[in-house]
Design a protein around this ligand. Structure first.
Ligand SMILES: [Fe+2]
Length: 187
């Protein structure tokens, strides 16, 4: 796996490298395979739990049932990596155009600064993945395709890579109950 950061993207504000994050997610994925962490699946909302966190990195366990996906997003000022524990995930990522790659169990991907992607489980088989972010995630921006261009739609402050994002379509109308705070009531 190539984990070099494009020089134009500059250095990330963390002593950890993409290679170190790959090691971290691979080691944690081995723990998950060994049954050391509880796994749940939720077909309504992707299930996730933070397994560890310190000043330098957060490690999350995320499960995916069929067709569960994120939206196109970045990780603000954080580097990231993922290792698929089981199942197969498809990553749609931006690289002068939207490209796809399939990530099977035991394999992974890295997210250098500026990496924009959407991850989805296209298989009937549930998938499990381990993700690490360094520095720990503090914000994410979301994007949409506008023809052959990428447009940022909004940004949120979040420590959770699976926030219950309130989109414009979900903004409550006058008189309706207020939307929950992102992350509220997820677990
Ligand atoms: Fe992501």
């Amino acid at each position: 796996m190539t984990t070099d950061t494009h020089p134009a993207l500059g250095a990330a504000p963390t002593p950890l490298t993409l290679d170190r994050l790959v090691e971290l997610t691979a080691a944690t994925a081995a723990e998950v395979r060994a049954g050391l962490h509880e796994i749940r699946f939720d077909a309504e909302n992707r299930w996730s739990v933070r397994l560890s966190g310190d000043a330098y990195a957060d490690v999350w366990l995320i499960t995916w049932t069929r067709d569960q996906s994120t939206a196109l997003h970045d990780h603000a000022g954080s580097l990231g990596a993922l290792t698929v524990v089981s199942g197969t995930l498809t990553e749609h990522y931006w690289s002068s155009g939207l490209r796809d790659r399939s990530i099977a169990g035991g394999c992974g991907a890295v997210f250098p600064l500026g990496h924009v992607h959407d991850v989805v489980n296209r298989s009937a088989e549930p998938a499990v993945s381990v993700h690490a972010y360094s520095p720990p995630l503090t914000a994410m921006s979301y994007y949409r395709l506008d023809g052959d261009r990428l447009r940022r739609t909004h940004s949120i402050l979040t420590h959770d890579p699976e926030p219950a994002v309130v989109t414009l379509d979900e903004v409550p109308t006058r008189g309706s109950a207020p939307a929950p705070f992102p992350g509220e009531g997820r677990r």
